[in-house]
Design a protein around this ligand. Structure first.
Ligand code: ZN
Ligand code: ZN
Ligand code: ZN
Length: 173
């Protein structure tokens, strides 16, 4: 089975993002209810802010954004909320960019494979079981125990790649 797209757009400008946010919050509420978890107002707000776009969001930006909404939440509160959302499978931490991204398939076990654009910051998440199996097999050969984690690939999305090519052409012409 090849990888299937969980989340992400070719161009995050070309869709109704309000729909993504709405769906994410509904999924989160459903998933929390099913698992007996409480999506408190602060957890919900942090989730909503992480979902502001299809790009990774840093913890300190969340603190600022909350302040902008008139919510006074110190770093420990925000980190606790993020920790809850991570454990509940509602968001992912992307270590390469030290930031967080909303998960498009909470409650469904999946091997996250992320393509992170260094141009515009857009992230595409795929469910890539074949990649996970390959890594698992290599690790087994080494007797290496893998902890569950996201596989992160940095690069340029189609849009940003095209843009760079275009700029190079312009410079030459
Ligand atoms: Zn969207
Ligand atoms: Zn995910
Ligand atoms: Zn890009």
């Amino acid at each position: 089975m090849s990888a299937s797209r969980i989340l992400g757009t070719e161009a995050s400008t070309a869709h109704n993002h309000g729909h993504c946010v709405h769906q994410a919050l509904e999924q989160a509420e459903h998933s929390c209810r099913q698992n007996g978890l409480r999506l408190t107002p602060i957890r919900r707000q942090v989730l909503e802010l992480v979902w502001e776009g299809h790009h990774p969001v840093k913890a300190y930006d969340l603190i600022d954004a909350l302040r902008g909404r008139g919510v006074r939440a110190g770093p420990p509160t925000v980190y606790r909320a993020l920790d809850f959302l991570l454990k509940a499978g509602l968001i992912h931490r992307l270590d390469t960019v030290n930031a967080f991204i909303g998960c498009g398939a909470p409650g469904r076990p999946h091997a996250g494979l992320f393509f992170i654009c260094q141009g515009c910051g857009d992230v595409v998440e795929l469910d890539a079981p074949a990649t996970a199996r390959m890594i698992g097999a290599e690790a087994k050969g080494l007797g290496f125990q893998v902890v569950p984690q996201a596989v992160e690939i940095l690069g340029r999305c189609r849009r940003c790649g095209d843009l760079r090519q275009q700029t190079a052409l312009d410079a030459n012409g």
